[in-house]
Design a protein around this ligand. Structure first.
Ligand SMILES: [Cu+2]
Length: 136
């Protein structure tokens, strides 16, 4: 009888301890989740130079934590501080450096200044991914 009481209180202790750890984990992840959000946008572009240009323009926005443009899919994934940056701001930033997206058309002057190999609206196909720097 004495032994089983010890056993039960040990079990109860372990149960409570593991519950507390789990609860703390949930609070921690809720904190991180609450601080940032991921915004996705389709952006036109064809090569590694486009990738650098697009990512640099977005990274310059205040509140942007990380940015990645996928050359194959054209998908721009931006992690931002929550409620600090909008998709429209991101679209405007890439439009200002010559890249159209689903929310904003590229500024004509900026598009005209792109190197020939980056003119995605003039029949240039996606290229140069394998050679590492985008152009031969
Ligand atoms: Cu390019």
């Amino acid at each position: 009888m004495k032994i089983s009481i010890v056993k039960y209180s040990l079990l109860a202790f372990l149960f409570i301890a593991s519950f507390n750890i789990q609860a703390q984990d949930e609070v921690a992840s809720a904190k991180t989740k609450g601080k940032t959000e991921t915004l996705e946008l389709q952006v036109s572009g064809v090569c590694g130079m486009c990738e650098t240009r697009i990512e640099t323009a977005v990274y310059d926005l205040k509140g942007v934590k990380s940015v990645r443009w996928d050359q194959d899919s054209g998908k721009l994934t931006t992690i931002v501080k929550k409620n600090k940056v909008t998709k429209q701001q991101i679209a405007d930033a890439v439009a200002a450096v010559g890249h159209s997206s689903e929310l904003a058309k590229a500024k004509k002057e900026a598009y005209d200044e792109l190197p020939g190999c980056c003119k995605y609206d003039d029949g240039v196909q996606k290229h140069g991914k394998k050679d590492g720097h985008g152009h031969k």
